[in-house]
Design a protein around this ligand. Structure first.
Ligand SMILES: *[C@@H]1O[C@H](CO)[C@@H](O)[C@H](O)[C@H]1NC(C)=O
Ligand SMILES: *[C@@H]1O[C@H](CO)[C@@H](O)[C@H](O)[C@H]1NC(C)=O
Ligand SMILES: *[C@@H]1O[C@H](CO)[C@@H](O)[C@H](O)[C@H]1NC(C)=O
Ligand SMILES: *[C@@H]1O[C@H](CO)[C@@H](O)[C@H](O)[C@H]1NC(C)=O
Length: 540
């Protein structure tokens, strides 16, 4: 059954494939069809089943890739088309899966894709934010998987990561992700695709959030801003819903803004009267449309349809949206006739009680630097120490003054250790080695490399050449600034994860390019031992 429907999908998409869709491009604060310059307004629907969102606490990392099963795409696309959908938002795709058929079917239906880059277990955690080698590999692998499809508009580097005034520091790490993914797309010579962010609507931080991601050098700031808005409930109106105020706030924004999620469900059925406002005269000058949350009916009760096997049943919301979206036809401007006037970036927010993210961003993950560092250590963590024990080791070793400056970061002061982006295992080894070297200097000898049996002496290799340069920049304490790029082609981590220690399945479920190299170094110590043993045998 499954087999035959997959075959049918192949036959259909192969038989009916049209020419590639026209890519969507960004000019000023608007989207356009590349070829004819017609302004593009997003008539979007969020499309992902059983997704609980990037809480980063979900170590199972279970999600259903909505673009990997041709049978479900084929089942759902007609329902999306009937809603005049021209964009879907996906929250987590599996970079290893094949997306050719779904992406072709979407293309044939004139539907574009904006995808989040994270996954449930691989996202920036608002409570202990990091932008590290593992996340870098996850994000770039999603870009690599989708870049070949002309109907990809761009990506979200995060969704509602900072969500109130207590965790705004996390935004520095998200913005670093934006910076590095923009750089990566350029370095790989991919077609221009935007990197944005999807924010929640917290009254205390929303203005600072929007300003922060649109301030400073354009290489570091977002290409578009997605707003998750649920403030128009039932028969609200332009003023009462806050839409008027939001529209004023964004009237001078320099990049496109749109609703990355909308559709309050406090009053049911949802009549979607906000659609007329969003695509109407006033708002369409500022907003590029929006994405209705969401296609599938689930526990949270936001569905347009319910699905059961191969059967799709429209819910009342579907018909209401259908009626409203039928008249969502803003005129827009043609690209050729449009000269952006909102060209200035916003001012970065000042640090205060409602804002704790410095405009100085965390360093780019640089797996080569981490690898060089680990190779240089005289004492480090044993390979078989569990992830849980690694966590405990931080608590112990970082209790010693200044030992952990090179591996920690503070987004409020804007001070980040050069190794703060390395894997946890590598970072803890750095700290353990610092402690060990201090003890040796005090004459306390090799017994300092122990940590209850978790640490062992390593055969450190000399640090000349590229490694020498990187390590010099980082400094002995790891508090220097590394400006040299990794040697791997295509940007850091593109061809080599370079991360030197083993990583559990939970910490890195994705197969990443270059994992063979990881494996080799992972077992490097054993290989060296074996070679020495072998030489010994020959001599004997
Ligand atoms: C421009 O191209 C798009 C898609 O290819 C199409 O939907 C739109 O109608 C075109 N605009 C005009 C004015 O023909
Ligand atoms: C901020 O958000 C976090 C995470 O959702 C939540 O646990 C916390 O209670 C919130 N704090 C305030 C003051 O709203
Ligand atoms: C790790 O390996 C060492 C031998 O190198 C062994 O003594 C120790 O028990 C192992 N620890 C764990 C947690 O497996
Ligand atoms: C981070 O830096 C800020 C500003 O300098 C400081 O107030 C805060 O205590 C620091 N946080 C930590 C955990 O050191």
């Amino acid at each position: 059954m499954k087999f035959s429907s997959v075959l049918l999908g192949v036959a259909l998409s192969a038989g009916t494939a049209l020419a590639d869709v026209d890519p969507i491009v960004i000019k000023g604060s608007k989207f356009f069809y590349k070829t004819n310059g017609t302004e593009f307004f997003i008539r979007g629907v969020a499309y992902q089943q059983s997704y609980t969102g990037g809480s980063s606490t979900d170590n199972n990392n279970k999600y259903v890739d909505p673009l990997a099963d041709p049978a479900t795409c084929k089942r759902d696309i007609p329902y999306l088309q009937a809603l005049r959908t021209n964009t879907i938002r996906t929250y987590a795709i599996d970079p290893k899966a094949n997306h050719d058929e779904c992406m072709q079917m979407l293309q044939d239906a004139g539907i574009y894709v904006i995808s989040d880059l994270s996954s449930p277990a691989e996202s920036i955690n608002r409570d202990s934010p990091e932008w590290n080698v593992d996340l870098y590999n996850r994000y770039t692998s999603v870009i690599d998987a989708l870049a070949k499809y002309p109907n990809v508009i761009g990506f979200f580097a995060g969704n509602e990561v900072s969500n109130n005034h207590t965790n705004t520091d996390a935004s520095a790490f998200v913005k670093a992700a934006v910076r590095d993914m923009k750089k990566y797309i350029k370095a790989k010579n991919y077609r221009p695709m935007g990197v944005g962010y999807a924010t929640n609507d917290d009254s205390e931080i929303r203005v600072n959030m929007a300003n922060y991601f649109n301030c400073g050098p354009s290489e570091e700031s977002i290409d578009f801003w997605g707003y998750n808005v649920y403030s128009w409930c039932g028969d609200s109106n332009y003023q009462k819903s806050g839409y008027e105020a939001r529209t004023q706030e964004f009237s001078d924004y320099s990049v496109p803004v749109f609703f990355a999620e909308y559709g309050c469900n406090e009053v049911q059925p949802r009549k979607f009267t906000e659609v007329a406002a969003l695509f109407g005269e006033q708002m369409s000058k500022v907003w590029s449309g929006g994405i209705v949350y969401m296609y599938f009916q689930e526990e949270n009760d936001y569905g347009l349809v319910s699905v059961s096997g191969n059967t799709v049943s429209k819910l009342p919301d579907y018909d209401f949206l259908s009626k409203q979206i039928a008249s969502a036809t803003p005129t827009g401007v043609n690209s050729a006739a449009y000269t952006p006037t909102n060209t200035a970036a916003q001012a970065c927010p000042t640090i205060g009680s409602n804002w704790q993210a410095s405009e100085k961003l965390p360093p780019s993950p640089n797996p080569d630097l981490c690898e060089c560092m680990v190779k240089s250590l005289k004492c480090g963590v044993k390979d078989n120490v569990s992830d849980k024990d690694i966590g405990k080791l931080f608590g112990i070793v970082c209790g010693y003054d200044g030992i952990c400056d090179g591996i920690s970061g503070n987004a409020t002061s804007g001070k980040y250790g050069a190794y703060s982006m390395c894997q946890a295992r590598d970072r803890v080894s750095f700290a353990i080695n610092r402690y060990y070297e201090q003890q040796v200097a005090k004459g306390n000898g090799d017994s300092a490399c122990d940590f209850d049996g978790a640490a062992e002496l390593k055969s450190s290799s000399s640090t000349s050449g590229t490694c020498g340069t990187l390590l010099n920049e980082a400094g002995v304490e790891g508090t220097g600034t590394v400006t040299s790029s990794p040697t791997s082609p295509g940007g850091s981590g593109a061809a080599s994860t370079g991360s030197s220690s083993s990583s559990s399945a939970a910490a890195r479920p994705m197969a990443v390019p270059g994992s063979v190299q990881v494996g080799m170094w992972q077992f490097g110590a054993y290989i060296i031992t074996a070679v020495i043993a072998g030489v010994g045998m020959i001599v004997l």
